[in-house]
Design a binder for this molecule. Structure first.
Ligand SMILES: *Cc1c(COP(=O)(O)O)cnc(C)c1O
Length: 427
């Protein structure tokens, strides 16, 4: 019997036609092995075209002014967007608590304070009502408005951007959409990242498309694009020698990485379609399973289903749950990230339920990578001093949720094996 290949959560997947290598070869052949060049410009234009069109391939007129800067990471894109919105020391920024740390960490790089806002239970993203309450309360407590609002398309699921924009506009606070996980997801047909002032994309190795590592910032117009570009290239002034009147960053994308990105843009729609196909298979399969719920998209929203997620009822009994957490985890969950501190304890004060951990471990033994949902930032020790406006939604989802393998590297046979394995582990 041949051994089954391990099924990963979401892996990079190159185009069948080798376009990535063609663009990289071109860069080598023409000696553009630098953090600028034809691939970077080409990739930015591909991204711009992608985000300003609706699904019928028509340009959305209000989006024609948008411009895109390709950067070394999505985290860099968040950082530059915050600077572009004027965030500095002592400022506050409202950010979705249910997210990956890259949404909030750059706020602290600037000496500003994140103000975490919890999610609503339908999209799992920023709760607009709670967001408004947070704005009012911050103004009352500090006498100042928050400098920006950062909603996040968690696992690719769109947020209620219509309500978020309405409130943000009423208080005149800029919105930075963190669409790092939501590349190609749509709200009323319009791509996420184009509603707010700025839109963050990520092309890390595990995202919807990859440049190995990289990101981009969607800017509202040519002026802001120019400012972001200037900040991303060490803020140089126009003199024959290096003249600096502001602090800049070395955040521009390399022409080699952008070559991969251009190749990936030829298959981005196929990738999204595959993620959505897999979502349909999970959804249908788990509809008939008591105690398991598939996290589906809402009317008017179209998720890229970057990661497909399920929740397990706390009363669902999973084989081996008595032994869950008996052993400390070695290495990082999602160990690709490199250096990890050794975990000091078996438990923290906020962790997934035992049945979820047992399901994760059981699937792991069968060669299937599953992962808990992202632990809310307001429950992270590093943010214990940050103000938080919570309703319990993200914390309770974190305790019951699990991400399942998704994307073009996952075959139909894999999906069926995952579904059977999940069902088989229910006692
Ligand atoms: C991946 C990610 C980012 C940052 O992207 P990098 O390219 O890895 O720096 C930002 N926000 C969220 C929600 C992400 O998942």
């Amino acid at each position: 019997m041949t051994e089954r290949k391990r099924i990963y959560l979401c892996l990079a997947h190159m185009s069948e036609n080798g376009m990535e290598q063609k663009y990289i070869k071109e860069a080598f052949d023409t000696n553009w092995v630098v953090p600028l060049g034809p691939n970077v410009n080409g990739f930015e234009e591909d991204l711009r075209q992608f985000v300003i069109h609706n699904e019928q391939c028509e340009i959305i007129p209000e989006l024609e002014q948008k411009e895109v800067v390709a950067l070394s990471s999505g985290t860099a894109a968040v950082h530059l967007a915050l600077i572009a919105c004027g965030v500095g020391p002592g400022d506050e920024v409202i950010v979705q608590s249910f997210t990956f740390c890259a949404s909030s960490h750059p706020i602290t790089y600037l000496g500003a304070m994140p103000v975490f806002v919890d999610s609503e239970k339908d999209s799992w993203n920023m709760d607009p009502e709670l967001m408004e309450l947070a704005i009012k309360d911050r103004i009352e407590k500090t006498g100042k408005k928050p400098k920006a609002i950062v909603p996040v398309a968690l696992y690719g699921m769109p947020y209620y951007i219509d309500r978020i924009m309405e409130i943000a506009n009423r208080y005149d606070i800029p919105v930075i959409e963190d669409a790092a996980e939501g590349f190609g997801s749509r709200f009323n047909g319009q791509v996420l990242g184009t509603f707010g002032d700025y839109g963050v994309l990520s092309f890390n190795g595990n995202k919807m498309i990859t440049t190995s590592g990289g990101g981009a910032l969607i800017c509202p117009d040519k002026d802001s694009w120019q400012k972001v570009m200037w900040l991303a290239t060490q803020a140089r002034e126009a003199y024959p020698y290096y003249q600096h009147e502001a602090i800049g960053y070395n955040y521009r994308m390399s022409n080699i990485c952008a070559g991969i990105g251009r190749g990936q843009m030829t298959v981005v729609n196929d990738h999204i379609a595959r993620h959505r196909e897999i979502a349909k298979m999970y959804k249908e399969a788990f509809a008939s399973v008591d105690g398991i719920a598939f996290h589906d998209e809402l009317p008017g929203m179209e998720s890229n289903f970057w990661l497909n997620t399920i929740t397990l009822d706390e009363h669902l009994h999973v084989k081996g749950e008595e032994n869950a957490y008996a052993q400390a985890v070695k290495g990082a969950v999602g160990g690709a990230a490199g250096v990890v501190h050794a975990g000091g304890t078996l438990h923290t004060d906020c962790e997934p339920n035992r049945n979820v951990e047992a399901m994760r471990v059981g699937l792991d033994k069968l060669g299937i990578e599953a992962r808990p949902l992202w632990k809310p930032m307001h429950k992270q020790p590093v943010y214990k001093n940050a103000p938080a406006y919570v309703n319990g939604v993200s914390e309770s989802l974190f305790k019951v949720g699990l991400c399942l393998p998704s994307g073009p590297c996952v075959t139909d046979e894999d999906v069926n094996f995952i579904i059977d394995s999940v069902k088989g582990m229910i006692d």
